[in-house]
Design a protein around this ligand. Sequence first.
Ligand SMILES: N[C@@H](CCC(=O)N[C@@H](CS)C(=O)NCC(=O)O)C(=O)O
Length: 217
Amino acid sequence: MSDLTLVIGNKNYSSWSLRPWILMKHLGLDFKEVLIPLKQPETRDEIEKHSPSGRVPALHGGSLCVWDSLAICEYVCELAGKGWPKEPQARAVARSVAAEMHSGFVNLRSEWPMNARARNRRTMLTPSLEADIDRIDVIWNDCRRRFGTSGGQWLFGEYSVADAMYAPVVLRFNTYGAQVSETARWYMAATIEDPALQDWIRAAQEEPWTMESSEVG
Ligand SMILES: N[C@@H](CCC(=O)N[C@@H](CS)C(=O)NCC(=O)O)C(=O)O
């Protein structure tokens, strides 16, 4: 029986929570979930009970707490002994694209908030949003062309942290109708069909909470 507990926000809106959650599903790790609805009067107090940064996700295992999505992804890869590409150069590029997602794409994140259950939303395309979309399209094409051909439908063939980091982007592109290349559309379709992501979306559809600030388009 696993002693891992992942503390997450709403499945409909918490893009940072989705990343370690979907990775842990793909790695086959057993874990419990604590879900804290965001933007409620009690949210801050509830999160602070579980996370020293006052943010979700946070992972607890015995006396250990790991916070921040990328740090959790790193730790669970160590537990599972997989999750990054095995070949060093592929692994270095996977770490680069994961880090680029973790620290960048602020325009995409603010203009197209993740809203897993929403469809057919449309917003004005600003130049900075278009630049983020184009950059992600280039990343997906580059990873698939250089590393995805070794077998498997994911950015580096087998599922890796890179796919988990970009899963919320796929949901955003799906919600707001991003115009992307054929390879990107193919990768998005594979991601949406992923049974783990389907479980997440189904749970998001059943959530009762609405966050007005994330209802865009
Ligand atoms: N860099 C952090 C960002 C985490 C983050 O911003 N989480 C949001 C939810 S998606 C949060 O906890 N917000 C606190 C709140 O809304 O009160 C990570 O990668 O985990």
